[in-house]
Write a protein that binds this ligand. Sequence first.
Ligand code: G6P
Length: 320
Amino acid sequence: IQALHIVACGTSYHAGLVAKYWIESLAQIPVSVEVASEYRYREPAIGPNTALVCISQSGETADTLAALRYAKERAPGYVTTIAICNMPGATLVREADLRLLTNAGVEVGVASTKAFTTQLAVLYWLAVVLAKNHGRLSQEDEQAAVDRMHRLPQVVEQATSQAEGIEKLSFDLVDKAHCLFLGRGVHFPVALEGALKLKEISYIHAEAYPAGELKHGPLALVDEDMPVITVAPDDHLLEKLKSNLQEVAARGGELINVVADHVHLDETDVKHSVKVAGLEGALSPIVASIPLQLLAYYVALHKGTDVDRPRNLAKSVTVE
Ligand code: G6P
């Protein structure tokens, strides 16, 4: 495989965006990620040895299924099609050439949570396997990836144990009409997913931006009524992110941060933060998603909106 096209909707699309960072950096294979409702109505250029990956919790989403069928009709076509799905008997699973099941169990809430984190886990493995098959992964690096994955449940457990602190942060958002999520690098799609979770279940208007884009528009919105939520992992972009936080603080924006446990942020900038372990290394996006899911959950809970069945939304969108 020389290239991957990833197609999905909603939260599954965000999982695909995270995968692009992983696959391109580990395997050096170009990856494009697109929402299925766009892909199915355009004429994508398919290069040689390109695989299509469709990600869907339900495997019944109309646009994702239509994208798979459309892709299969195209010539010259894909070398293979892969479904990443949580439902073993789903149409998408039956119609794709290959399948990777996330085995998250039945997801009750309309807003996807454990389906998302398991999609990420599967996509990380896909990145590792592709890197290995392309001769880009030493045996030590492969072992490190396996060890990292084995430790993941424990790290996620630690993140969920911060629920009390996250609930406290949630009170800052309950009465707000809007908020902004910022992230950098692989944590930008995590910010997109955090914003989606909040808008889905609490009906607060939430937008996510790559923090480096702040000056190109969203900074104009920042004032004391605009909470800005960021994830500050311990990565090579931390210093860049810190200066973005200062830009927000200087405009009176209320910063709410999910911070790697050993990272120090200037307290004059950041009013509210919760420290979380495991926000470093390749799997940080999986861990970082948990506090943002919890934040949306507590905001919805305290606003009194229906966490499991948000208005106007369906778990599986089987019509266009
Ligand atoms: C709906 C759900 C979302 C989900 C999206 C894609 O909008 O409410 O939670 O992410 O569909 O669903 P899929 O089953 O294809 O992942």
